[in-house]
Design a protein around this ligand. Structure first.
Ligand SMILES: [Zn+2]
Length: 242
């Protein structure tokens, strides 16, 4: 009886809130149904998925394998600047859409869990943000995506293994070699954490970032991890042209 009342109250409060602040789909901006979150069912259905988790030597893998020794790689969907789907990434990176980051991570993780690839991954590690940028944004979007991926794959998330040694310029406005130079040497491995993980038998890390563009950020993360004897696989939400 009491539960029923609370449920009724909370759904009336939700109803009132939606009357004043109606929830809209991040992609098409149409109003969401009560059981929809962030992205409407039609837009989710139309998400331009890469299906890279079904192709061992896919474009994401090839792009990264040119830079470092990578086991498996995949992105969830194609990023095009002219597509409305870019709003998913903008929302996650700049719009405080934390729940969306976790849910998109889960969607990616479900594909990977059902795939023949990524079987060797033992822990999920997000690309770290510099503490100052994290403080300004209030969260690290890669960490939220990693939490969703890890949940779907039944793996632990390890946020202490990698840290950012220096704040870098945003990669968005840089190109090619400038991107590589900007992040080179920007990440370091916490040796104590690395030893702890390896003692537990964890040697294969799944690195997570929001977008794969040139691959320079993932390569800069992989370098100290490979030097510390880890194997690396990578996954991102979006796959962008270079
Ligand atoms: Zn929509």
């Amino acid at each position: 009886m009491c539960d029923g009342l609370i449920h009724q109250l909370s759904s009336s409060i939700r109803g009132l809130r939606e009357l004043f602040f109606p929830r809209k789909c991040v992609v098409c901006k149409k109003f969401l149904a009560e059981d929809e979150w962030d992205v409407c069912a039609a837009c989710l259905e139309g998400l331009p998925m890469t299906y890279q988790w079904d192709i061992v030597q896919n474009a994401a893998f090839e792009r990264l394998a040119r830079r470092f020794e990578v086991q498996d790689a995949a992105s969830l969907f194609f990023f095009r600047t002219e597509s409305d789907y870019r709003s998913i990434l903008y929302g996650i990176k700049y719009g405080n859409r934390r729940q969306l980051a976790v849910r998109m991570g889960e969607l990616l993780g479900r594909q990977m869990a059902a795939s023949r690839m990524f079987r060797g991954c033992q822990a999920v590690v997000p690309v770290p943000l510099h503490p100052l940028r994290r403080w300004k944004r209030g969260y690290n979007q890669a960490e939220l995506i990693a939490r969703g991926v890890a949940q779907a794959m039944g793996l632990p998330v390890e946020t202490k293994l990698l840290r950012r040694r220096r704040n870098t310029k945003t990669q968005t406005k840089l190109h090619g070699a400038a991107k590589t130079k900007n992040v080179q040497g920007a990440f370091a491995v916490d040796l104590r954490c690395a030893a702890d993980l390896q003692q537990q038998g964890i040697r294969h890390i799944l690195l997570i970032d929001d977008t794969l563009t040139t691959g320079s950020t993932l390569a800069a993360c992989a370098t100290p991890l490979l030097a510390a004897n880890f194997e690396i696989s990578c996954a991102t939400l979006a796959y962008a042209g270079q």
